[in-house]
Design a protein around this ligand. Structure first.
Ligand code: KG4
Ligand code: ZN
Length: 347
């Protein structure tokens, strides 16, 4: 049988993404971002994001089909993000996907955004060896996963107990007076700074914390420590060494993420590991994780940075896996689920 040809639609946050994938081959990946409209608010404004999705959806869809040189009638199915994410943003993608599926009489699959961040790597590195460990680091989530089967068996073994890693980047950027989203800006500033300049706290790493939170994360204490450090400098009339603060903050985040990821591999005997989500585009995280996993004989798979942030390709790639596994389509009745757990791959 030929490989499934799937259209993927993503609208969970501020990116309207539409992509076409055949098997593990990415044919088109169009993304329209409303990030510029949120910059002055320092974070995503849900109402603004929903309206932007409504405006961008049809043109982005047309561009994707054109770029893939595919007629909608040729598609084997349509995959759309069912959650988690902002409800008002999700419903735009879901409604569009339902309309398209009904008009074309194609099967529709409502899939999990978080699992999409894992699945996207198949487009870069082919089928996934299992079991594989995975670190999911985005603006809303930070989780350690063990993937036994990408469509039927994903276990979350740890997660953040407060802020997500990306959220910490965005908040620290704000404290430093840098632009939103903070991740890429801090990543660049950190390359000019000294990661050892300031010793910021590593959340949930004391023996006592580890007893209860072996694979969990906490970034709110780190964010507060950075704010306090910056405030004290300003109060004393001293310059804030932005590059050093960025590098030291980033080191604290990456140190904890990579140490726990490596420990998970050792504890579970995993020889393969994968990262996904917007923060997986981070240059320091990519290098440090590769180093630490190599020391333990674990092979790291990293999607290209452009596929780490939200896009339709991740949803189409997951749609392909769901079709390959022969799972039943979702039908036209399902709704957006802002809190969809990572273990629910297909609604
Ligand atoms: O996965 P994503 O695009 O959206 C969500 O599902 O949340 O992740 C967005 C997050 C933002 O917090 C952004 O600051 C962060 O990913 N991010 C980065 C980098 N690029 C994006 N964080 C650190 N370094 C980066 N290079
Ligand atoms: Zn995401």
């Amino acid at each position: 049988m030929s490989e499934p040809l799937i259209l993927g639609i993503e609208s969970s946050c501020d990116e309207t993404g539409v992509a076409v994938v055949r098997g593990n081959e990415l044919l088109a990946n169009e993304v329209a971002s409303s990030v510029e409209e949120h910059v002055r608010f320092g974070g995503v404004v849900p109402e603004v994001a929903s309206r932007a999705h409504l405006q961008a959806m049809i043109p982005t869809l047309k561009r994707a089909l054109e770029a893939a040189d595919v007629d909608a009638s040729e598609l084997d199915g349509i995959a759309v993000t069912a959650g988690p994410g902002l409800v008002g943003a999700l419903v735009v993608g879901i409604s569009s996907a339902k309309a398209l599926a009904a008009a074309l009489d194609k099967p529709l699959y409502g899939v999990n955004h978080l699992v999409g961040h894992v699945a996207v790597d198949l487009l870069d590195h082919g089928d996934l060896p299992t079991p594989t460990g995975a670190l999911l680091v985005s603006g809303g989530h930070t989780s350690l996963l063990v993937v036994d089967d990408i469509v039927t068996s994903i276990a979350e073994v740890g997660a953040t107990i407060d802020d997500a890693a990306g959220e910490a980047y965005d908040k620290v950027a704000r404290v430093l007076g840098l632009a939103y989203p903070g991740g890429p800006v801090i990543d660049r500033a950190a390359q000019k700074g000294d990661p050892a300049a300031i010793r910021f706290p590593r959340g949930l790493t004391t023996p006592r914390d580890l007893a209860k939170h072996r694979f969990d994360f906490s970034f709110s204490g780190l964010k507060t420590a950075v704010s306090r450090w910056v405030e004290l400098r300003r109060r004393d009339g001293l310059d804030v060494p932005v590059d050093d603060v960025a590098a030291s903050f980033q080191e604290a985040v990456c140190d904890v993420l990579t140490a726990k990821a490596a420990d998970l591999c050792t504890e579970r005997g995993l020889t393969h590991f994968l990262i996904g989500g917007g923060v997986a585009a981070n240059s320091r995280l990519r290098t440090l994780l590769e180093e630490r996993l190599a020391e333990r004989g674990v092979e790291l798979r990293r999607p290209r940075p452009g596929l780490c942030t939200d896009n339709g390709a991740m949803i189409a790639a997951l749609g392909v896996e769901v079709v390959r596994a022969g799972l039943r389509p979702s039908g036209l009745e399902f709704s957006a689920d802002s809190g969809l757990p990572v273990s629910t791959v297909l609604v």
